[in-house]
Design a protein around this ligand. Structure first.
Ligand code: UT7
Length: 338
């Protein structure tokens, strides 16, 4: 099994149709295009408008990823679904996606690591493939945030950040003879620190919420909406993303200069600019999509890879460093040759 690795063999995406500009948000929130752009870089995002669910968006992205991989749906042996906006409390959204794809019987796993979920999912898939257990695994990141945001001024710090969308990749078994040329994942590196779990979270409904999932008073109070300590998240994100990229590169004796393309999570353009400046990464190597889509959490990285590929910014053979940070806190990196 020495030469057996996994590689990305297909990528798909799905962006809902309703474009929501910063000015649109300013119609019902005390905010402005200027504030949002200046603090986050976001210009617009897309929200579902026909009641689509998270698995609906994932279904479209997954079908495309499978077809771009040159595979049929029955070639997929496992589904890994990263989301913080599941279709239901249970069962996992991977099961709803599996039903839509019509591939019963294979393993279906949900990953609940928020913005870092996609990289956690890639890591699990990579290990299953390198162990020789599966040949093709679908890894999806998808979110419908718009139905779960506080659209009153109370939630404006969070609401302006998030967009809906889905991205999917197929990871496939590959033999690597020349690591400097052949597509493969070198390694993935996962971290978490639950000390900060309540710095970015949804307090209720939940089983830790006293004697009821959620009370009427808590609903009125907005406990069902995300709460965030933005400054705390920002500071930790910059430091952790820098550290975890360097950890990934060091693991394979690679240098930051050798990386051709940086696929960062899209939480805030300023976070990515700061990471790039601290690591002395030239601007042209960083591909950001937050301006167009906002933060689509588990979907940002596959959506970014998809767009970069479409725009020929990402091409076969490139060395890619991907990193994410988010609620949990969780953070991770993946170093791969596309
Ligand atoms: O994937 C992880 C997801 N989250 C993140 O990565 C978030 C990371 N953090 C951030 O991106 C930034 O902290 C924010 C963009 C969320 C906020 O930027 P900030 O520079 O940290 O602003 P702040 O929270 O310190 O707020 C500054 C002011 C406050 O008003 P006062 O107290 O100075 O009068 C806020 O009430 O901006 C106000 N504010 C807003 N104003 C207009 C907060 N949200 C908004 C808004 N529009 N949407």
């Amino acid at each position: 099994m020495k030469n057996i690795y996994s590689k990305i063999s297909g990528i798909g995406k799905c962006i809902p149709t309703k474009r929501v500009t910063n000015d649109d948000l300013a119609k019902f929130l005390s905010t402005s295009d200027e504030w949002i752009k200046q603090r986050t870089g976001i210009e617009q995002r897309y929200w579902v408008e026909n009641n689509e669910s998270t698995s609906d968006l994932a279904f479209v992205a997954s079908q495309e990823a499978i077809s771009k991989a040159g595979l049929a749906k029955n070639d997929i042996e496992m589904i890994i679904f990263a989301t913080l906006s599941p279709d239901h409390f249970f069962p996992g959204t991977a099961c709803f996606l599996q039903e839509k794809l019509g591939i019963p019987g294979i393993a279906a796993l949900d990953v609940r690591q928020q913005c870092t979920g996609f990289l956690y999912g890639m890591s699990i898939a990579d290990l299953y493939i390198r162990q020789g257990i599966y040949k093709n695994i679908l890894v999806v990141g998808a979110e419908v945030h718009s139905k779960g945001l506080d659209k009153t001024d109370r939630g404006r710090d969070v609401t302006v950040l998030f967009g809906d969308g889905a991205g999917a990749v197929v990871l496939s078994r590959t033999e690597v003879n020349d690591p400097k040329r052949d597509s493969h994942i070198y390694s993935t590196h996962l971290h978490a620190d639950g000390t900060y779990a309540k710095e970015l979270w949804v307090p209720a409904p939940g089983m830790a919420n006293g004697s009821e999932l959620i009370t009427q008073a808590e609903v009125i109070d907005g406990a069902q909406y995300p709460k965030m300590n933005g400054r705390q998240v920002f500071t930790h994100a910059v430091r952790s993303m820098c550290d975890v990229i360097m950890e990934g590169l060091k693991h394979s004796n690679l240098t930051i200069e050798e990386v051709d393309f940086f696929a960062f999570h899209q939480a805030n353009l300023r976070i990515n600019e700061k990471v790039a400046s601290l690591l002395k990464i030239p601007e042209k190597k960083v591909f950001n999509t937050i301006q167009k889509y906002g933060n689509t959490t588990a979907a940002t990285i596959p959506i970014g890879l998809y767009d970069a590929l479409s725009e020929h910014r990402l091409t076969p053979g490139m060395l890619v460093a991907s990193a994410a940070f988010g609620s949990g806190f969780t953070w991770a990196s993946s170093i791969f040759r596309y």
